[in-house]
Ligand binder design. Structure first.
Ligand SMILES: [Zn+2]
Length: 331
């Protein structure tokens, strides 16, 4: 079983499900034109947070910024971190659950453009393939020593990459995407999280066209992941793809955060093995912390525990693993 979880930083549901915003762009562009691959994935599987439809999906906040969003997404709990530079890390995340389940460390990957995304992972040192920003994570070491992969080692060495459109140690999405595709193709991981961030950087700059361009490049990446998924499924390896975001945006497009409650609105598209086909209208509102438990259920991993833990989203799952017995029997 393979699961690929992709987060597109600060991408609004409206751009994904309704097409380009007529307030900021003269020419009309449908969702199929802006995000053809995400549109296809949405038709194949299920969606949450589609504008005006139920079920919804929210970041729990209370500050709707990136680090709390990624922490909630990966830990399956409320984030104790409420800003982008806190050092409180979650106790454990989906990455630890995968490793605890006996997954070989090199088969669990985290590849992100934003260097701070490493802080959304538990402090436990792991040999998982982690590359955040131009220099964060231990992927270089893993590529060199454990995997002996010159290709991955060269791609991880993002020091040559320019930092724009971000700042500090930010790695542009084009470099992150190249590394993620090489890692996926070479290692065929059980789980990979990919965090792309150019969209949010361009949005903060108020450049809607550049934001759409970054969204289109992210969509093309999703298309490549879908091709790999098809190849894995063809050889009998079930694969699921999840695409989501860490926070929404304010009505003014540029901002997000605690002063803009509307920026809590996020979205999810999930498709593939063990995932329902065709969205079913149902009541309810889910939270980002429900995504990791949903992936854990698909992979038959132990769930996050505790009062603040999320729960598997029943509408996403094809069957409940407890009700139907083995997943493998259903697939
Ligand atoms: Zn932002």
């Amino acid at each position: 079983m393979h699961v690929v979880l992709i987060a597109l930083d600060g991408v609004r549901a409206s751009d994904v499900f309704e097409g380009a915003d007529p307030r900021w762009l003269d020419t009309e562009r449908s969702p199929q034109e802006v995000v053809p691959n995400l549109s296809m994935l949405a038709r194949e599987g299920i969606t949450l947070g589609r504008p005006g439809q139920s079920p919804g999906l929210s970041a729990s906040g209370p500050n709707f910024v990136s680090l709390p969003g990624y922490t909630e997404l990966l830990s399956g709990r409320f984030s104790e971190c409420h800003s982008n530079d806190c050092s409180t890390r979650p106790e454990d995340t989906l990455i630890d659950w995968m490793l605890k389940d006996g997954t070989r460390a090199s088969k669990v990957g985290v590849i992100a453009s934003w260097e701070n995304l490493e802080r959304a992972l538990s402090p436990r040192p792991t040999a998982a393939f982690i590359s955040t920003g131009r220099h964060g994570g231990n992927a270089h070491l893993v590529a060199d020593t454990e995997l002996g992969s010159q290709t991955l080692a060269a791609l991880v060495d993002g020091a040559e990459a320019p930092s724009g459109p971000g700042h500090h140690d930010y790695r542009p999405d084009s470099y992150t995407i190249e590394l993620a595709l090489a890692y996926l193709a070479e290692q065929e991981p059980r789980f990979m999280f990919v965090g792309l961030g150019d969209t949010d950087e361009h949005a903060h700059a108020g450049d809607y066209e550049a934001y759409l361009g970054a969204l289109q490049r992210a969509d093309a990446f999703v298309g490549r992941v879908m091709q790999l998924r098809n190849a894995w499924e063809a050889k009998g390896e079930p694969t699921a793809i999840f695409v989501t975001t860490d926070h929404g945006r304010a009505d003014d497009f540029r901002s997000h955060g605690k002063d803009f409650p509307e920026s809590s609105a996020v979205w999810l598209i999930a498709a593939g093995a063990r995932i329902n086909a065709g969205s079913r209208e149902q009541l309810g509102n889910y939270a980002l912390r429900d995504v990791a438990p949903t992936i854990a259920a698909i992979c038959e991993l132990p769930q996050a525990q505790g009062m603040s833990a999320g729960a598997p989203i029943a509408g996403v799952l094809l069957h409940s693993p407890t009700a139907s017995g083995s997943w493998l029997a259903s697939r």
